[in-house]
Design a protein around this ligand. Structure first.
Ligand code: UGA
Length: 521
């Protein structure tokens, strides 16, 4: 098989990384963008965003002429055999994926296909809900080209599974390639190309229909998001049991051959441009089909709460009020090795801190310009430090939100020297026991606190407030029940019942209405 020429339409993470790696493997690749500045940057050998290892590859493949960026879609399609649609599908207010760019790109490919007389292949690479390739992309391609899919040109859907920060590695070493095909000829064409790209590597190629391939992408991402929310919930339970460590627990859980512990790292929640968006999109997709996505809704809710939980721990360490406290945030990007701030837990944490009148100072090795310009700008007051030391200076509490290598290497002395008192909330569990012992106070996600009900108390206080607001108990009764709780422990609801302020029936009835819990048995 001769080497097909490749066009990648879209120069975001997915598009440009694929373009660079295909070019590196000897294919002629055109990367098409509608943004002149991006085209110029790429043609000077520079990616328009930061991604580990990408700069060096782009520089080299542009220099050897294997990769060229072009403005617009037409030239890219006319000069190529396989075109990948790799444009963004951001969330709409409804949670649905916005298909505007996918539609425009499909129409533009169609226009260009009209001028082509050789068989070529369109591959949808963007994340799109099942049915989009068949019901949206193919009709647009046919309408604008005047040609027939499956006869005059082929169509496939092949999702990507790369992680930001490891995008180059993942594209070079995929665990599998999933090919959804309109017909056998389309699938065989794409499989041939993939076998050339991954020659000598043992990469399984899975062929299926278009809809199944589209669903695989949502299935993988929402499954991983579910793992994270699951472990964060387990971590919250673990925190109420002194001495327990969720990271030890996960070692035990993961020893079961049926469970993969790779994405069971408890922390301050998942962010980024994929998990939050894909969970929302699948929820919205399910609802439109009259399926209530209960599990997915909870996955999202637990993730939202996790940022509040991190702030609640800090609040507790500050004696119940964050007002006027200087809180140092270490890390802003949604994960290390990227400057990406999209849906980063840091945004939620900063907002909650600000709402409670904390003084916020933040440091991130790369994400500060992004945070300042697009994500935290104007909405809240936040001071950006130029170094860890500056960030920690005179701080009352430090919250770690992103596990950058730079932070892992910090010694406890740095915190002890710089901070007013070295109170640390480790939202990613990067510091070991040795470190923990040497700082004034350390709280880690999923690490049982000596004060057994400590972190849970915030949630329980909330329940007390809710019951008071609903008029089921008086403020005075709540205070008495809290005193009882401080004295003897136990849950607030149980104490209210014990003191005779509330019947079990009334409490369960209230919780039922609030959370949709029904009493069975
Ligand atoms: C994710 C998937 O991992 C990729 O396979 C997929 O291709 C990509 O989305 C996509 O759809 O394009 P990405 O968002 O780059 O990749 O980053 P992840 O490494 O998956 O992390 C996502 C978030 O989950 C981060 O905020 C991370 O801190 C958090 N996370 C991850 C945890 O809190 N715990 C874990 O155990 C793992």
């Amino acid at each position: 098989m001769t080497k097909p020429k490749i066009a990648i339409l879209g120069t975001g993470y997915v598009g440009l990384v694929a373009a660079a790696v295909f070019a590196e493997r000897g294919f002629d690749v055109l990367a098409s963008s509608l943004d002149k500045e991006k085209v110029n940057l790429i043609n000077r050998g520079q990616p328009p965003f930061y991604e580990k290892d990408l700069g060096a590859i782009v520089e080299s493949v542009v220099r050897t002429g294997k990769l060229r960026a072009v403005l617009g879609r037409r030239e890219a399609v006319l000069d190529s055999d396989i075109f990948f649609i790799a444009v963004g599908t951001p969330s709409l207010m409804s949670g649905e994926a916005d298909l505007r760019l996918v539609r425009e790109t499909a129409a533009a490919i169609g226009e260009a296909l009209r001028e082509k007389d050789t068989y070529s292949l369109v591959v949808a690479r963007s994340t799109i809900v099942p049915g989009t390739t068949r019901n949206v992309i193919i009709p647009l391609l046919e309408k604008h080209s005047g040609k027939k899919a499956g006869e005059d040109f082929g169509v496939c859907m092949s999702p990507e599974f790369l992680r930001q920060g490891a995008a180059v590695y993942d594209t070079r070493n995929p665990d599998s390639v999933v090919i959804g095909e309109l017909d056998t000829r389309s699938g065989t064409f794409l499989e041939g190309f993939c076998r050339q790209v991954y020659a000598g590597q043992n990469v399984p190629i899975l062929r299926m229909n278009l809809e199944s391939a589209e669903m695989v992408k949502y299935g993988r991402n929402t499954f991983l998001a579910m793992n994270i929310s699951y472990i964060n919930e387990l971590a919250r339970i673990a925190e109420t049991i002194p001495g327990i460590d969720i990271y030890e627990v996960v070692k035990g859980i993961g020893a079961d051959w049926r469970i993969n512990p790779a994405f069971l790292n408890a922390g301050c929640g998942y962010g980024g441009s994929c998990f939050p968006k894909d969970v929302k999109a699948l929820i919205s997709f399910a609802r439109l089909r009259a399926v209530q996505p209960q599990l997915l809704e909870t996955v999202e809710e637990v993730n939202e709460q996790q940022a509040i939980h991190v702030v609640a721990i800090a609040k507790q360490e500050m004696g119940g009020s964050l007002k006027g406290k200087r809180i140092a945030l270490l890390g802003l990007s949604f994960k290390p090795d990227t400057d990406d701030m999209r849906e980063a837990p840091a945004i939620k944490v900063a907002n909650h801190l600000y709402a409670q009148e904390a003084d916020i100072v933040a440091y991130d090795p790369r994400a500060v310009p992004n945070a300042r310009e697009r994500f935290i700008r104007d909405t809240i007051k936040i001071y950006y430090a130029d170094s860890v030391q500056e960030c920690l200076k005179e701080a009352d509490c430090c919250i770690l939100l992103t596990e950058w290598e730079e932070f892992r290497k910090l010694s406890p002395e740095v915190f002890n020297r710089c901070m007013k008192r070295s109170v640390i909330v480790d939202g990613r569990r990067i510091w070991d026991e040795e470190f923990r012992k040497k700082v004034a106070a350390y709280r880690g996600i999923g690490l049982g606190s000596d004060n057994a009900y400590a972190s849970e108390q915030t949630v329980l206080l909330k329940l007390g407030d809710m019951l008071t607001k609903a008029g089921l108990i008086t403020q005075e009764q709540l205070e008495r029940a809290l005193e009882e709780q401080n004295r003897t422990g136990g849950l607030i609801g149980a104490n209210l019942i014990k003191l005779g302020y509330l019947t079990e029936e009334a409490l369960l009835g209230f919780l039922g209405k609030q959370y949709g819990i029904s009493r069975k048995g």
